[in-house]
Design a protein around this ligand. Structure first.
Ligand SMILES: [Zn+2]
Length: 68
């Protein structure tokens, strides 16, 4: 599981799950560590837009083929 330090924004992974105390390897902060879940929203948005563009391109190609 990855976590992000809210103080220096370093993203690192926790080696041992279930350990009570975690500390940031960069600034040694033990508080304000937020779990990182999957893909960042900005990246997800980019993927959605890219998918939409590809979909429109395929649809446009099909329509132009059918229309002759
Ligand atoms: Zn830190």
């Amino acid at each position: 599981m990855g976590v992000r330090c809210s103080q220096c924004h370093t993203v690192f992974s926790l080696e041992e799950e279930g350990t009570e105390h975690h500390a940031c390897p960069t600034c040694k902060a033990e508080a304000g560590l937020e779990p990182v879940t999957g893909v960042p929203p900005a990246m997800r948005m980019f993927g959605a837009v890219l998918g939409l563009v590809v979909l429109v391109a395929i649809a446009g190609d099909l329509v132009s083929r059918i229309a002759g």
